[in-house]
Design a protein around this ligand. Structure first.
Ligand SMILES: [Ca+2]
Length: 170
């Protein structure tokens, strides 16, 4: 199911249980020390207002930049929802993969990853888009979003959902 909407306020959104909220996150690089931290994508604020809300990540321009979250334990995951920044730079979010692993990563490369979803076309600016895992629910603890080209990766929010919300699988 593809759904998107515009969020224009610097405040958290509600809804079903988001497995990624406030979980430990990392990224290949951070544009500036005071802003654009990896945690900005899991702070519960979905707005695409990069400058006024300080709630979006931002790497340097580099080859295949990635952002990653550790959900803390294993979950079944069947949907990832990404909020993109608004404005002309929203086009940077294209040609990317969402992968899930039970084992984490080695120097940024996911270990035995399973593909959840991928997109090649630029995602709408300021949008919040649902990416269902194309082959059904995937079990894992680590989720990575990676651009497959040289660019800056910016994510304003990443929400992760499973078919059994809050139920963990040891
Ligand atoms: Ca955010």
């Amino acid at each position: 199911m593809l759904a998107w909407l515009n969020i224009g306020f610097c405040k958290p959104g509600g809804g079903q249980l988001n497995l990624a909220l406030h979980k430990q996150s990392s990224q290949t690089s951070t544009w500036s020390s005071g802003r654009a931290q990896a945690s900005s994508a899991v702070d519960g604020i979905r707005t695409g207002e990069y400058y006024s809300c300080d709630s979006c990540t931002h790497t340097h321009a580099e080859n295949n930049p990635w952002w990653m979250v550790d959900l803390g334990q294993h979950f079944l995951i069947n949907e990832v929802v990404i909020s993109n920044r608004n404005g002309i730079n929203s086009r940077r979010l294209r040609n990317f993969k969402i992968e899930i692993s039970e084992h984490g990563s080695l120097n940024g490369t996911m270990v035995n990853p399973i593909l959840c979803a991928e997109r090649s076309d630029p995602q709408p600016g300021g949008s919040t888009v649902s990416y269902p895992c194309t082959s059904g629910a995937v079990q894992g603890r680590y989720l990575q979003i990676r651009l497959m080209y040289y660019e800056i990766l910016t994510l304003c929010e990443v929400q992760v959902f499973g078919p059994y919300y809050g139920m963990n699988f040891p």
